[in-house]
Design a binder for this molecule. Structure first.
Ligand code: FES
Ligand code: FES
Length: 153
C-alpha cells in the first residue's frame, strides 16, 4: 500500500512497488492528462511535479514517491480560472495535435515557479520536451506571454 498526496488530496493505492508513477496516475487515479510517449524518460509527455520538482513520471516508481506531494496538469487551473501558462497557451494557440502539451505545460509551470522571468537560455535548459508536431516556436512565445501574465497578476 502506498499513500501519496495527489493534487492536494491524500490517496492510498494497493499497487506493486515498481509500478511507474504514470501508470498509477492514469490507471489507478483516473488522471489521464499526463501522457505516455516514449516510456524511457526522453519525451516529457508524462511530466508532473513531485515535491516542487519536475519529474518524468514514466521512469519513477510508486515506491520512490510514497508520501510525496504530486501535482498533475489537472490541478493547475484553480477555482475555474486557468493558470497563466494555460491562458498563454490558449492566446498563442500553441497545440497542434495536443498530445505532448500537458507535459510541456507542466514543465513550463515548474520553470515559472522558480524563475518567473526566464531568459532564452533558462528556457533552453529547462524545457526539453519533444513535440512531434513541431510547436516549438509557439511554445517559446507562449512562455514569454505566461511570464507577462504572471508579472501583471
Ligand atoms: S513518456 Fe515519460 S518521458 Fe516520454
Ligand atoms: S502538439 Fe502534437 S506532439 Fe506536440
Amino acid at each position: 500500500m502506498y499513500t501519496l498526496k495527489i493534487n492536494g488530496i491524500e490517496r492510498t493505492f494497493d499497487v506493486e512497488a515498481d509500478m511507474p508513477l504514470l501508470w498509477l496516475l492514469r490507471d489507478e487515479a483516473d488522471l489521464t492528462g499526463s501522457k505516455f510517449g516514449c516510456g524511457i524518460g526522453l519525451c516529457g509527455a508524462c511530466s508532473v511535479i513531485v515535491d516542487g520538482a519536475l519529474v518524468r513520471s514514466c521512469i519513477i516508481s510508486v515506491s520512490s514517491v510514497a508520501g510525496s506531494d504530486v501535482r498533475t496538469v489537472e490541478d493547475i487551473a484553480r477555482d475555474g480560472r486557468l493558470s497563466a501558462v494555460q491562458q498563454a497557451w490558449l492566446e498563442m494557440d500553441v497545440p497542434q495535435c495536443g498530445y505532448c502539451q500537458s507535459g510541456v505545460i507542466m514543465a513550463v509551470t515548474a520553470l515559472l515557479e522558480t524563475t518567473p522571468r526566464p531568459t532564452a537560455s533558462d528556457v533552453e535548459e529547462a524545457i526539453s520536451n519533444i513535440c512531434r508536431c513541431g510547436t516549438y516556436d509557439r511554445i517559446r512565445a507562449a512562455i514569454d506571454r505566461a511570464a507577462q501574465i504572471l508579472a501583471a497578476s
